[in-house]
Design a protein around this ligand. Structure first.
Ligand SMILES: [Zn+2]
Ligand SMILES: [Zn+2]
Length: 118
């Protein structure tokens, strides 16, 4: 029987690859974080798995963010999971995607497209 990784294991970056493999076989983890989301974060952060703005490195905070605030257009086009779609298309997209934490992502929207961090 496969055991899902613990929260402590999440926090260790070296376990990320391991986690991606394990979560591929686990439906439980879909509730926590989709495997495709983790793959997207890994791809669009160029393997750094940190927030593009503040450097937050807890993957649970990270989200797929649209640099030009056109994420709503993208989501309308995709129907369903954006990260599943990106993985299926080998991460090819016309949209400019950055990895940001929820803080930076939301505050950027509120601040007219620029995170108050900088
Ligand atoms: Zn951030
Ligand atoms: Zn920020």
């Amino acid at each position: 029987m496969k055991t899902p990784p613990t929260y402590e294991q999440w926090l260790k970056k070296e376990r990320l690859e391991d986690f991606i493999i394990k979560s591929a076989h686990s439906t439980r983890n879909n509730k926590v974080m989709r495997k495709s989301t983790i793959e997207c974060i890994n791809h669009f952060s160029k393997g750094k798995n940190i927030c593009n703005c503040c450097g937050e490195d807890n993957i649970l905070f990270l989200t797929i963010s649209h640099k030009n605030n056109d994420g709503w257009v993208h989501r309308k086009m995709v129907h369903g999971s954006l990260s599943d779609y990106l993985v299926k298309n080998n991460f090819k997209t016309k949209f400019e995607i950055v990895i940001e934490c929820y803080n930076c992502n939301l505050s950027r929207e509120r601040n007219g497209g620029k995170c108050p961090h900088g």
